[in-house]
Design a protein around this ligand. Sequence first.
Ligand code: PLP
Length: 350
Amino acid sequence: MTAPGAGARLVVDLDALAANIARVRSTVAPAEMMLVVKDDAYRHGLEAVVRRAAREGVTWFGAFDVETGRAVRALLGDDVRVFTWMSASASETAVAVREGLDLGVGDAGMLEEVAIVARNSGTRGRIHLKIDTGLHRNGVRPEQWPGVVARAAELEAEGVIEVVGVWSHIAEASDEEDDAARERFEEALSAASEVGVAPAIRHLAASAASFARPEFRYDMVRVGAFAYGIRSAGGPSEEALGLVPVARLEAPVIETGPVRVDVGVFEGLPSSLAAVARVGTAAGSRMLREIGEHLDVEEWPGAAIGDIVTVFGPGAQGEASATDLAERIDTIGEEILLRLSPLIERRYES
Ligand SMILES: *Cc1c(COP(=O)(O)O)cnc(C)c1O
């Protein structure tokens, strides 16, 4: 008897990560790349990813929450900039300011919180003001923007904050919506400029727009998916983008006849993948038959316990990537990776 998930592993190719980073940087230059490392670096493992990225010269990391931001700071020290945009409480905001994290600020209340902590601790809060350009996922509403930037200008003059950036997030689902969002972004930049707020770093695009829409790059792009070689579902191929999937999920056969693979590592892999997705085996690709606690896979002659099945990833003879798998069930590659247990064993190749 083995524990669920024993033997299954996510193999992470750090050279592929480095190659993707180089590809992103050359594509978006002269804009800078921020590497987004939320969700434990999209399950690739925060520590190994940020260490390698730093070696490749990445200086900006997008950490989402303050806890992850602190972890990146602890791993890489003070030479890198760490952007967090989800502070759950005033005390988290205080920690972020004291540790020199760059903070996304999406409302007037948080702006005041940052100022208070900075004043009391004799530091300067580095903030990136977020304008809501239509996603309504926090961000200053356009009607409140003039007041917020005016207040930011005052606090900047007082020396307690530095407005490093103005930013927003877009859906990257349709060009029309994104264009409308960019118009609101431009208006917000003009309003900021009118009160003397001149951020050095304007950032709007994530992976898809950073490649497809040069006018969305501004000074920096926030890239997660593409750095890990996760292409957009329904979008250009990895080949066309010049990217390679970084992670490969391998799992051992634990029973034969029917062939059964232990993937206790998945937390709720959609059962709709059964009979539509294929996995890679020593004998070529095989249909996934059933998804429950284990995966049942179409048999092959000579299948033996311990044989390795590639559920997704480069070199697989089944579905080539997490996004290929995702497309079978109308979701996105990230979703497949994020359904992996955070406790999955990872093996690094480089
Ligand atoms: C996740 C995230 C990104 C990165 O998006 P990708 O499509 O994975 O590149 C960028 N910005 C914000 C605010 C995010 O939450």
